[in-house]
Design a protein around this ligand. Structure first.
Ligand SMILES: [Zn+2]
Length: 73
């Protein structure tokens, strides 16, 4: 743990990590198409976490209330 983190505590900043679509071209090599189009299940795979701005340690964060409504419908 960072010395200043032990003095003042961690400085948590909210982050998200979402699964990314993979991009490929069509056979003529002109048009980009996502090979894994984002589905409704991918919305549940979004990871919410807090990261300390100083030392980089992470902790899991609860899903925001707005997103809970979107995931349930
Ligand atoms: Zn820290």
């Amino acid at each position: 743990m960072n010395f200043f983190c032990s003095l003042f505590g961690h400085t948590w900043v909210a982050h998200t990590a979402a699964p990314q679509p993979r991009w490929n071209t069509t056979k003529d090599g002109v048009v980009l198409v996502p090979s894994d189009p984002p589905t409704h299940a991918d919305a549940a795979a979004v990871r919410y976490f807090d990261r300390c701005q100083r030392c980089g340690s992470e902790r899991e964060a609860p899903r925001p209330a707005v997103d809970q409504r979107a995931a349930s419908s």
